[in-house]
Design a protein around this ligand. Sequence first.
Ligand SMILES: Cc1ncc(COP(=O)(O)O)c(C=O)c1O
Length: 455
Amino acid sequence: MARNYELVPRPVARVETALRRIVTDFPVPESLDILRQLHEYEPVAMQGQPPVLWDRAEDFSVWDKWGNRWIDWSSGVLITNAGHGRKEVVEAIRAQAAHGLLTNYCFPNEVRAHFVKRLASLLPEPLKKIFLLTTGSETVECAIKLSRTHGVKIGGRRKVVIVSFDKAFHGRTLGSQQAGGIPSLKEWIVNLDAGFVQLEFPDGFRTTDTSFEYFQKQLLDKGVDPANVAGVILETYQGGSASFAPPEYMKQLRGWCNAQKALLTCDEVQAGFGRTGTMWGFEHYGIVPDLTTFGKGISSSLPVAAVAGRPDIMDLHPAGSMTSTHTGNPVCVAAAAASLELIVNENLAENARVQGGRMLDRFHAMKAKYPQIGWVDGKGLVAGIACVKPGTKEPDPDLAWNAIRGSIERGVLMFSPVGFSGATIKVCPPLNITSEAVDESLDAFEDAFQAAVNA
Ligand SMILES: Cc1ncc(COP(=O)(O)O)c(C=O)c1O
């Protein structure tokens, strides 16, 4: 169970720099009424994040109402790829709202027409048809539906197996949760669909056999006939650890899916739109999936998500059978279009590569220094720092939690630990973070980490 924050203010050292400002205790005493109100009217499941009451955010900075200012290492939850509150995105939202079309279901509208064409132009062949949705979970549901529809069409009703990976997270809806690989999150489902099978993810740390032969062996051990696989879905990198598969593994997986006529889906809900230092995360593997799912960083703001795929797959269902009430909402799409142009024009994928490289260098140096860091992974501006008991691979969630709280108290904002046993510190700033902010936040983070180790 995730550790929660007590709503009891602690005195913390004051911080005052050009980019960070901590001038109150934490949580802020004046924020407690609002925090308690949320506790009273929202489900407990909504709790667990640090009790920082966000008031406004701009680029890579977040402010509360009481004068505190943080360098953001969360991007919300990897949403604000172009930066928080970009004026171009705000203006696009304002202009579309003022224009007078706030919603129109799946009726045609011009802003959607422009966006799907633009997005398709940036994706490699054959990912040339785009279906807009609202959340990442919905896009995963859609990828599962398309994979199974295709499987049944070419192989009959046995070709429905969806292969995914242990520790994966694809969302919280019935299908996406079953594609996920975290058993505790699936306990409520009880009657799990036997057509969802998870294999170990070749992360090199928890699974040291990263050969593709091991993928095939596990399938065999689980009694799955490869001919019955309709699709393989994986996060381009595992969100819980920021781990990538070896490129050679992915090339073999691509070839294997072709041979089995199974569809390969890269879930880019986290990895897309420049996050990993390339526009699309799958570029690191030198492969192109049949389907890819996007969300989070697509708009840097309002809820919108997308499935992109091979036209023959995307067209499997007839007119009127793949819709959603808020499909391509014009205001959300206007925001996404503006965010996309910022990412392209400001070359934010390249900034992610450069700044992220510097951050990862520092985290690797910390790993060499602290035996409490078992593994560091990531690319571009996403990193995972796995906290362990020294000399073991045993997770240390308390250390991760304390390091994050200490960072926040020093003016570097992160969400709570993620991943295996909740012991991974995830670092994912907006992609327009500057060198100055990177250096300053790294120093504050290491100071907090050192203090957490000492404690
Ligand atoms: C890789 C991945 N896929 C899907 C989802 C689900 O997205 P949403 O929360 O928008 O439904 C997430 C959310 O964290 C994710 O990280």
